[in-house]
Write a protein that binds this ligand. Structure first.
Ligand code: TRP
Length: 451
């Protein structure tokens, strides 16, 4: 392989690309509403803790595997595991997981693209509190609108990837992360002066036992899966990006910086979004409703809301784009490495397949064709979401750390740490403490479902 073409150019480039992957819909929308409904300050405290004691060591492990294996995730596991055991499956799980995430991620990103356009042309004029929900429903059920926006978004992803790793992924991430950060910061500062700011901060940060309706284990599990998703763990991404890192890059410091940036943007997004929602007396509801129903109404009622609304949905598209490129790059890297396919060819093919599978997550498609509706009420999007987030990712992160602890040669771990002692502490924790913690938290969730 031509080395300079398949590498990031600097440590800052690695941080920007990885932060670009990490910072996405999960931050701008997932984090704050989960915090709101799952105990405010309590959730945030648990989340911080888990990011540090679970997310950080897993990110470091994935970087170590990628940097040592210098290949796609599946090949890395194979190459580094002399005994050729079941760990190869971890690679298969994780690449499949990332592809599945991409299929529904692009549908939601497509909606954001529509809202960006809507804000630009109409300033959300028709989004009154009474009608906002209806408009959202009619948008996502309109086959032409929803499917063409999904395709448009996937084309953007493909264009970036076609430009390659340094000129595509790295360069676009450096620019877009800066844009994203400036927009969210601006909205957060303006939000501070809105009348609902106090209530909003209380909702987000005040520890509230009343808002913990589920058992504590369930909340801990929510915090853990949110941390996995937000940090792009368990889906081959960090392994793939790790394989594009040169041998002198300090991946521990990279991981630390990415994790701080990701968590900071999650908090900042909550601080930006909720003052708008509370000032307009809107429902700080969960899921799609918050971003696509409540927020546009809020922007419509605010002075300068039109500009802010367009900026906000622009930021959502930007965040989703740098995440989606990382989700597809896993598959691209796999086929380039193992089957010697050209980048261009595999990018085109996988983009088309991702679009087709993504149609299954399109309400418009599902309802108009009356197919792919699995059980009576649950939708394909929710099913894929559950499969990828609830099952594939936790299993694959568990595999990753067991692999690092029990299969990987110790020299690959030791060389990344400044002192022998910290390498040893990390190693022992990865071997015993962390797997137990993850299994315990995952079981808690399973019990909740079963009981
Ligand atoms: N982290 C991104 C977000 O917060 C989504 C994402 C990108 C992701 N790559 C991933 C999630 C790999 C899990 C695994 O929106």
């Amino acid at each position: 392989m031509k080395d300079n073409e398949s590498q990031f150019s600097s440590k800052f480039g690695v941080v920007a690309a990885t932060a670009g992957s990490a910072i996405g819909l999960g931050n701008l929308w997932g984090f704050s509403y989960k915090a709101g409904i799952a105990g405010g300050g309590y959730f945030i405290a648990i989340y911080f803790l888990f990011v540090a004691i679970i997310g950080f060591p897993i990110m470091v492990s994935e970087f170590i595997i990628g940097k040592a294996g210098k290949a796609d995730a599946i090949t890395c596991y194979e190459k580094l595991d002399k005994k050729n055991t079941i760990f190869k499956w971890s690679g298969i799980f994780s690449v499949t997981g990332s592809f599945l995430i991409l299929t529904f991620y692009s549908v939601i990103a497509g909606w954001s693209l529509i809202y960006f356009y809507e804000g630009l042309v109409s300033g959300f004029d028709s989004f009154t509190p009474a009608r906002s929900g209806m408009i959202f429903n009619s948008i996502i059920k309109d086959p032409y609108l929803s499917i063409s926006s999904q395709i448009a978004f996937m084309l953007l992803v493909a264009i970036v990837l076609l430009r390659g790793i340094e000129a595509g992924i790295e360069k676009i991430s450096k620019i877009l992360m800066l844009v994203l950060f400036s927009i969210i910061l601006t909205i957060a500062i303006i939000g501070f002066f809105l009348p609902g700011a106090q209530d909003a901060y209380k909702f987000l940060f005040m520890p509230s036992l009343e808002r913990i309706t589920n058992n504590p284990l369930f909340i801990a599990n929510t915090a853990m899966t949110q941390a996995f998703f937000s940090l792009s763990l368990g889906a081959a991404t960090i392994i793939t990006y790790g394989s594009y890192v040169d041998k002198d890059t300090d991946i521990i410091s990279v991981s630390r910086q990415v994790i701080i940036a990701d968590t900071f943007v999650s908090l900042l997004a909550g601080i930006a979004i909720f003052p708008i929602v509370f000032s307009a007396n809107l429902n700080p509801s969960s899921g799609a409703g918050l971003m696509f129903v409540s927020l546009p109404t809020g922007f419509r009622m605010m002075i300068g809301g039109r500009v802010l609304g367009v900026l906000f949905f622009g930021a959502v598209v930007v965040a989703a784009l740098t995440s989606a490129i990382s989700l597809l790059e896993n598959t691209v890297s796999l086929f380039v490495n193992r089957f010697n396919m050209s980048r261009t060819k595999i990018i085109i093919i996988s983009t088309i397949i991702a679009i087709i599978i993504g149609l299954g997550s399109q309400e418009a498609f599902v309802f108009s064709m009356k197919i792919l509706r699995w059980t009576g009420k649950t939708k394909f999007l929710d099913q894929i979401d559950k499969l990828a987030l609830g099952v594939l990712i936790p299993i694959s992160t568990l595999f990753t750390i067991l692999f690092t602890g029990y299969r990987l040669e110790y020299k690959y771990i030791e060389r990344e740490f400044k002192s022998k002692k910290s390498a040893k502490i990390f190693y022992n924790y990865i071997k015993i403490g962390l797997p137990i913690l993850i299994i315990f938290l995952t079981m808690g969730d399973l019990l909740e479902i079963i009981l």
